[in-house]
Design a protein around this ligand. Sequence first.
Ligand code: KIV
Ligand code: ZN
Length: 516
Amino acid sequence: MTKCMDQNRIIIFDTTLRDGEQSPGASMNLEEKLRVAAVLEEMGVDVIEAGFPIASNGDFEAVNQIARTVGKSTVCGLARATRADIERCAEAVEPAPKKRIHTFISTSPLHMKYKLQMAPERVLEAVTESVTLARNLVDDVEWSAEDGSRTEHDFLCRCVEAAIAAGARTINIPDTVGYALPDEYAALIAMLINRVPNIDQAILSVHCHNDLGLAVGNSLAAVGAGARQVECTINGLGERAGNAALEEIVMALRTRADRLPYQTGVKTELITRASRLVSGITGITVQPNKAIVGKNAFAHESGIHQDGMLKHAQTYEIMTPESVGLTRSTLVLGKHSGRAAFKAKLKDLGYALGDNAVEDAFRRFKDLADRKKDVFDEDVVALVDDQADSARRIRFLSLEVLCGSKRAPAAELELEIDGTPNKVTATGDGPVDATFHAIRQLFPHDANLQLFQVHAVTQGTDAQAEVTVRLEESGKTVTGQGADTDTLVAAARAYVNALNKLLVKREKTAPEALTA
Ligand code: KIV
Ligand code: ZN
């Protein structure tokens, strides 16, 4: 991307699929990443950071597939300042019509001494070498100063100048550890604009973490000081306390245009869909009082507020629910709904499934509609998100559980493992315990169960149960979800789902590759 002509246009760089995916338990498989990328593109996100190609074959494949399918947004991959990282990244983003390499190195005294064990002069050389190499492979190169907010100013200026001289056209100054305060961070951006001689040849970007709850505040303060790219994630997903939330940045710019006269290209009406998609896939639920996308963000409970709202919505509402895509569904499906209505609903919910996947989903919808009178949007989302994908090694086939107050629970479970059906009966302290023992017997593994969570997708006793299971193995965590009107079937599906993700994660390279 060349330097933006419109001085008030803010480039939205989404890193849900890279920094967001680094959150514990947030790993996504290829098909899930493609779905997220498609929604980001449709939303009008300018740059999609699709992953860290050197980290694993799975990451490479995801970036590469996204580069093949996304046409409107720039597809970006992350690379450390090494030849291997940068070449692998270039190969991954190669098919994209608009591609970017994002290369980074730490510049703070603490990181250079302890993490990199490199002298500052050597880091400076690596900046020039890495950006030069990246620019030989693609036109659009972004350079980041990891731990930029804790870097000495003179040294940061020298690194930024070197990166621009070597051809970087976006310079990102991350607040990697979420330490900065808004006025301090804005002053840092202003300092770079004032002191770096070639700064007019690049766009300044910000990337804020939320350790002190200031990621969005810091990003907006930096925009006021001259930054024109904001790096953010859906639902604020990301390392530790997360990154700046895309929905909060974009809605703050839209709602407070009087004080923040900047524009983004984001279609805000797609925010709710993107938020639900990401939380559904990752199993990381959004807190009810979360700004913009929390369940209560537009709910008015107290009588005084409800009274005010009835008289004039703006008494208590600074933005409309419709502006973020929150609308009440009018089309509820049931057992008489046909394929056409079901397909229309899928489209409405933002799913672009292939013919086989639609057929599979339709079969499962019919099965659900036999057991449940009204099938709501949430049911369809749960059903599709839970759909088996062809890359899975383990598939759920059937489950029968005997339990009650008079007998020890026993679960008869059938799974297909690498194409072969296997059956076992196991007992346990309760029906869930018996079901999970059966899974362990059929597919022995050492992962620890860290979270078992059940919630009803909609209201009523016929509601689908959505179960979330988090497994941990050697410090790696994964989250799986399963939905069914039978809570135990949902639990088995969720566990199997998590196990499949764990098998993918086992392929990943050493965790130090992911220290960003
Ligand atoms: O937080 C950070 O510093 C990063 C960089 C790799 C941009 O994620
Ligand atoms: Zn980060």
